[in-house]
Design a protein around this ligand. Structure first.
Ligand SMILES: CCCCCCCCCCCCC/C=C/C(=O)SCCNC(=O)CCNC(=O)[C@H](O)C(C)(C)COP(=O)(O)OP(=O)(O)OC[C@H]1O[C@@H](n2cnc3c(N)ncnc32)[C@H](O)[C@@H]1OP(=O)(O)O
Length: 288
């Protein structure tokens, strides 16, 4: 991990670009070299050079923390520990609920407060990107977090009849497993003690969990459609004094359709991250 960052540091530049539309894995921007040719190369480090690679990772982690600053590191460590704990609490609550009741009915209701709190807290990830304390793309993080917020507040919270759908369990399980792995990955990385299995899990679990989560989300929105159509919820009909109309039903159809172009981008972004982090590929893209 961190080869690309190292390259950026060697070039004397900033941690990484964070602008919208610029996935950070592709953008080792340097103030000294604002643009560089697009290249993709596979490094020699596929595990064969393990010791040297670990030492280089350690050096990189130290360099990264120095660049990040004490306050930002302390805040991120606190944030990541809190989020890992929050999602662990959710996982335990879900397992306990299922073992006690033997059904998924009522599961959402029993965990909704914790889910809403921690998923809403994740809005801070967009802030982290915006203020530059994490080298992640605002666009990628924004799509990821806003689709979750949308699912939690505007779908599952607002449309009670769908709360017991199996599809809700599908995305809850996918989100929970993902977030426990992701936040513990960040925490251990910041603490310089990243066990390989967490790194492996972070960059492998998503291969299954992402499609499962997205399927759960889409099926849940689909299940909500008849209710939304029948009640006209969140819709604004004409005539009204502002002369605007909004139909939540069609908004949901458009949202579902937007998964078609957006989800593959997130998925391929993660596949690129996987190649970079687990297989040491260096991916550099021209920034103009
Ligand atoms: C209004 C309605 C809108 C609707 C929109 C609808 C369209 C939606 C379409 C798509 C919907 C997707 C829905 C999602 C479903 C699910 O989540 S299902 C469950 C499976 N999900 C996943 O597996 C998610 C995987 N995705 C990601 O992890 C995201 O892409 C990400 C969160 C944005 C991560 O981005 P990425 O750029 O890959 O970041 P990382 O490699 O993890 O980190 C980059 C570097 O930054 C450091 N860092 C980041 N955050 C922190 C932190 N909190 N603390 C410390 N450090 C952090 C990280 O360590 C990396 O540093 P380096 O090691 O130096 O590279």
């Amino acid at each position: 991990m961190g080869r690309l960052t190292e390259a950026a540091a060697a070039g004397g530049g900033a941690w990484a670009a964070r602008s919208a539309g610029s996935p950070r894995d592709l953008l080792p921007l340097s103030s000294a070299s604002p643009g560089c040719a697009a290249t993709m190369a596979s490094s020699e480090d596929d595990g064969a050079n393990g010791g040297a690679s670990e030492a280089s990772d350690d050096r990189e982690a130290t360099r990264k923390r120095r660049r990040l600053g004490f306050l930002a590191t302390a805040w991120l460590t606190f944030y990541d520990i809190a989020m890992t704990a929050g999602w662990l609490v959710l996982a335990i609550a879900m397992v306990r609920f299922y073992m006690e009741k033997g059904t998924h009915r009522g599961l959402y209701k029993s965990i909704q407060k914790t889910l809403k709190f921690f998923q809403t807290f994740a809005l801070l990830e967009i802030v982290h990107c915006l203020i530059g304390i994490v080298p992640t793309s605002v666009l990628v993080t924004g799509v990821q977090v806003s689709s979750r917020i949308f699912m939690v507040w505007l779908i599952t919270h607002s449309i009670k009849p769908i709360q017991n759908e199996e599809s809700v369990v599908l995305f809850l399980v996918a989100w929970t497993m993902t977030e426990i792995t992701r936040y513990s990955f960040y925490t251990f990385s910041l603490l310089d003690h990243l066990p390989y299995f967490i790194k492996w899990a972070r960059y492998n679990f998503f291969i299954i969990l992402y499609p499962v989560g997205v399927a759960g989300e889409l099926l849940t929105i689909y299940a909500a459609l008849p209710y939304v159509k029948k009640t006209g919820m969140f819709s604004i009909r004409l005539p009204n004094k502002y002369n605007v109309s909004f139909d939540y039903y069609y908004f949901l159809l458009i949202t579902m359709a937007s998964y078609i172009p957006l989800f593959p981008q997130l998925y391929f972004h993660m596949l690129r991250q996987r190649r970079k982090v687990l297989h040491g590929e260096v991916i550099v893209e021209k920034d103009d």
